[in-house]
Ligand binder design. Sequence first.
Ligand code: SF4
Length: 238
Amino acid sequence: MSTATTRSTRRSEGELRALAVEGSLLDDTDAVGVARWAAETFPGTLAVACSMAEGVLPHLVSQHAPGVDVLFLETGYHFSDTIGTRARVADELDVTVVDVMPELTVAEQDARFGPRLHDRDPVSCCAMRKMEPLARTLDGYEAWVTGVRRDEAPTRTHTPLVTFDEKHGLVKVNPLVTWSLDDVTAYAITHAVPVNLLLSDGYPSIGCEPCTKRVAPGEDPRSGRWAGLSKTECGIHT
Ligand code: SF4
């Protein structure tokens, strides 16, 4: 496991809010320009979130921030293909993959709350295995970059390009907001970045294995996430 690169002094919330306003005025169709702005504005205090569906966002940001920290939420429930993609991203790209770990191992969680909590209470499971560890980790940065796209789900239609993330208290940069899945695929091919094999095996949206089902061609890409439940988001981006 790598360790995060952080700087000792973090700018004030007021300064970060002003920088978020500056970023919000950028061209939302210029992902490269937005990534460059983020790298130049937050040197050493920038993190990239990556689910390891592919390495597009880490590649894009690392062109301007070599060695940038890439945060991977290591829930303990990932597909083996996702773990393999994580290894390739760490090996092949100029990034530092940081495994963001929950307080409890899966075995400890099972012992305390009973097995398969994800089936009975996915909100609590996501809170313990994703949201708390991410919040704890983001505390050391001034900005984070995510791959959220407006076309992914109705809950993401109004995703801003750059904003002050009230939940986590830092700047949130979403350079791919106007991209489609085809744009992501084209970038991955052009730049030969690692791609999770599950994407071409019926899993257009990849999460933890117990909570991700294969979807039929043409179906809502996110319908395989927490299928059959009203839950559609883990809570990180909402
Ligand atoms: S996606 Fe499922 S297994 Fe993963 S943290 Fe959330 S509830 Fe738990």
